[in-house]
Write a protein that binds this ligand. Structure first.
Ligand SMILES: NC(=O)c1ccc[n+]([C@@H]2O[C@H](COP(=O)([O-])OP(=O)(O)OC[C@H]3O[C@@H](n4cnc5c(N)ncnc54)[C@H](O)[C@@H]3O)[C@@H](O)[C@H]2O)c1
Length: 348
């Protein structure tokens, strides 16, 4: 029997940063991508549901649960584009991994940093199957919190080493370029989204807005390009002109959720799309030829967070980078919960 049934390992932001730095950002992204891909390959095992979203004028708060029958995970995550102007993150998150057998949480973790890592790793996994072979140049439109993670995942998993950056706020582009300096990229800061996509074989859109935006128009997307559309992830919030969608091979994570939240909310509900797991399994086509435009319509799915929590949990024993959180009541006799309270009162 575990002597400390009350304790749940807790990975704070501080410990997450230490963990990522101890492993190395690119190694972390590669290893995390392997967990994400492994779980996409076990797709049929998972409980799947579109995430539970609570929308308001300013943003959204979402719960993202899933289980493979052995482990259960969920993430709490928000999306508030206006937050950045008030000194807060647009996206912040934490999550739990639990044992299906007894329902006890096994891990509580910060997931703001982990979400940026898992989103980037998932994008790069999708691009492995969809981007043109040998692609080494990526445009990143939207140079906020997610952007450096995206760049590093594409470098680590695909060998992308040329970046073309654009943000409506030049300070964001400067921040992104400065943070990535010396990490093996040839970086061009661009004055417009049009300029950024010139010569890029991969286009990542990762802007934050709370409306139908048109970050990319049809004329900006040449043949053979892979689009990694990350920022449009809520009802009423998209980044691409509809015409781009109509000539793209569209790959999604979980169709019922992406129909609500992704770029494809602009299309008819029966417009053909394929799911990433199908492309991995070889049962659906990804990129058919060098001229095809491929689109990963990323919104973020619960299995990716489950994979990320699983990966973090597997690092804890070796690194010790967690705290012991007294989270679960554990009376000496399981039915004597009230007695535990009485004994605590006597000790005070
Ligand atoms: N698909 C996923 O799994 C996933 C995961 C995490 C975040 N996201 C989404 O990604 C987006 C970016 O998140 P973040 O944490 O980097 O936000 P952030 O607020 O830190 O950065 C967003 C950046 O986009 C820029 N921007 C806004 N409108 C623009 C435009 N028209 N052209 C160019 N740049 C523009 C802003 O100036 C800002 O620098 C959010 O919408 C978020 O919800 C998606």
């Amino acid at each position: 029997m575990n002597a400390k049934l009350n304790i749940v390992p807790f990975v704070s932001v501080d410990h997450m940063m230490k963990l990522v730095l101890a492993i190395g950002v690119e190694r972390f992204l590669i290893d995390l991508a392997a967990y994400i891909e492994e779980d996409f390959r076990r797709w049929a095992l998972f409980d799947k549901t579109p995430r539970v979203a609570s929308h308001s004028i300013d943003g959204v708060i979402e719960l993202m649960p899933t289980s493979d029958g052995r482990l259960y995970g969920f993430k709490y995550v928000n999306g508030h584009p206006k937050n950045m102007r008030e000194g807060r993150q647009t996206v912040t998150a934490f999550g739990v991994l639990a044992d299906v057998g007894n329902g006890y949480p096994m891990l509580l973790s910060e997931m703001t940093i982990l979400t940026a890592l898992r989103t980037a790793a998932t994008s790069a996994v999708a691009a492995k199957y969809l981007a043109p072979k040998g692609a080494d140049c990526m445009a990143i439109i939207g140079n906020g919190a997610q952007s450096e993670f995206q760049a590093l995942a594409f470098k680590a998993l695909l060998g992308v080493n040329k970046l073309r950056l654009y943000d409506i706020d030049p300070a964001a582009t400067r921040k992104c370029a400065d943070n990535l300096a010396g990490l093996g990229f040839d970086i061009t800061s661009c004055a417009s989204a049009h300029a950024a996509v010139e010569g890029a074989q991969i286009i990542t859109t990762v802007t934050a807005d709370k409306q139908y935006a048109t970050i990319l128009t049809d004329n900006m997307v040449g043949s053979g390009v892979h689009i990694n559309a990350v920022g449009g992830d809520c009802p009423g919030k998209t980044e691409l002109h509809r015409d781009i969608l109509l000539r793209s091979r569209i790959i999604v994570e979980y169709t019922p959720q992406t129909r609500i939240e992704g770029e494809i909310q602009q299309l008819d509900p029966d417009h053909p799309v394929a799911e990433l797991w199908e492309v991995m399994a070889g049962t659906a086509e990804g990129r058919s030829n060098n001229q095809a435009v491929t689109l990963f319509d990323s919104v973020g799915f619960a299995t990716e967070d489950f994979s990320a929590l699983r990966y973090v949990r597997d690092q804890l024993a070796d690194t010790g980078l967690y705290e012991e959180l007294d989270l679960l009541a554990d009376p000496d006799e399981p039915r004597d919960l009230f007695g535990m309270l009485l004994r605590a009162a006597r000790q005070d």
